[in-house]
Design a protein around this ligand. Structure first.
Ligand code: EPU
Length: 337
């Protein structure tokens, strides 16, 4: 494995930020990953997957390990289910398409999410009524300190809304090397409760959709709202949707009677951050080479050569404004590096 010096990461992060790696290695096998972890101090390493959930605000003064472990295989199956294993470096959307071609159902609602399969569990990717945790069987991960391989079951990952143990207690301690999902071979559970999917399917005249139809509808919705990172740099939703108490929600409704919301529990209400940002007047705002997407206020964008620092400052301005106007804290979903 060759180690290169002073490598631009612009094409390795979906925000398209031109930060530099002091050292860079393309890691294609588990054995080379183990060797390098053994020989290096943990602080001198930076692990990069699909680069789809990060904002680089500075150069990386470390050895960037670009995880490129590849391979997809069916591990076990019966008449109803197949357990599919994909190595961490497989592109998420290409994996979804592979599953659709093999008539495996469960992740069609997660079509077109950027990033790699190895990073999908870290933030429990989710869209249109489905989350990774709904089909997740297990993952294997290497302990950075002692290079032992450990398997994490679904419950051990402690998945929650855009959360897992890998973002909390075990942050920075493990590198996920492969993921197993349990997918249906027949009687697919078609999930079109999310309003926009139903409408999209109706508009193309499909009453009895299969998994490929659902995927097509999701792709169409995403393409209409979310910028394609190959054309405009972005990391999807920059913020999480905040959960507030019922009493705070009642107060909010006095001034904003039409605020969209979802009831999470008896005491909690989720408010779309996109609505808060749009109502605060940021939607479509452009500052030089960066700004807030025109069609989805939750997405910050790089129109060309923006600096990560500038986008971070915009994010902080948005957070402060939302706090002042609505008394709500919105947390970033993207990792700020
Ligand atoms: N809204 C606005 N203005 C906007 C954007 C949204 O008012 O600019 C309102 C909409 O009118 C709607 C509500 O917010 O009432 C929800 O909007 P949408 O259905 O687009 O979903 P979201 O809450 O903005 C979440 C996920 C997305 C995921 C969609 C669909 C988070 C942080 N984001 O967005 O995930 O694709 O639901 O399931 O939960 C991602 O994580 O990168 C991502 C794109």
């Amino acid at each position: 494995m060759t180690i290169q010096e002073n490598v631009s990461l612009k094409t390795y992060n979906t925000f398209g930020i031109d930060a530099k790696a002091k050292l860079y290695a393309d890691v294609q096998s588990l054995s080379s990953l183990k060797t390098i972890l053994k020989s290096k101090n943990k602080d001198a390493l930076f692990v990069l997957g699909g680069g789809s959930n990060m904002l680089l605000t500075k150069d990386i003064d470390a050895l960037v390990l670009h995880l490129n472990l590849r391979g997809i295989s069916i591990i076990e199956e019966n008449e109803d289910y197949a357990v599919v294993e994909a190595k961490a470096g497989e592109n998420w959307h290409e994996f979804v398409l592979w599953c659709l071609e093999n008539n495996l159902g469960g992740i069609e609602n997660l079509s077109l999410i950027p990033g790699n399969i190895g990073t999908a569990p870290i933030q429990n990717i989710g869209a249109y009524g489905v989350e990774l945790k709904d089909v997740f069987e297990s993952c294997t991960a290497i302990n950075i300190s002692n290079q032992n391989i450990r398997t994490f079951t679904n419950s051990e990952c402690r998945f929650d809304y855009r959360e897992s143990v890998f973002k909390q207690e075990l942050k920075g301690q493990f590198i996920i090397t492969s993921v197993r999902l349990k997918l249906t071979k027949k009687n697919h559970k078609i999930n079109i409760e999310y309003g926009a999917i139903k409408n999209e399917l109706q508009s193309i005249g499909i009453d009895n959709p299969g998994i490929k139809d659902v995927s097509k509808a999701v792709i169409k919705i995403r393409e209409s709202k979310l910028p394609n990172p190959k054309e405009i740099g972005n990391s999807g939703s920059f913020f999480k949707n905040p959960v507030i108490s019922k009493s705070d929600f009642e107060k909010l409704k006095i001034n904003f009677p039409n605020v969209p919301h979802y009831i999470v529990s008896d005491n909690d209400v989720k408010v779309p951050a996109g609505w808060l940002i749009e109502t605060a007047g940021f939607k479509g705002k452009r500052f030089n080479d960066y700004g807030v997407h025109t069609k989805q206020a939750l997405v910050l964008v790089n129109y060309g050569n923006a600096k990560g620092r500038d986008i971070h400052e915009l994010a902080i301005l948005i957070q402060k404004t939302i706090l002042r106007l609505f008394n709500i804290n919105i947390e970033t979903e993207v990792n700020i590096i």
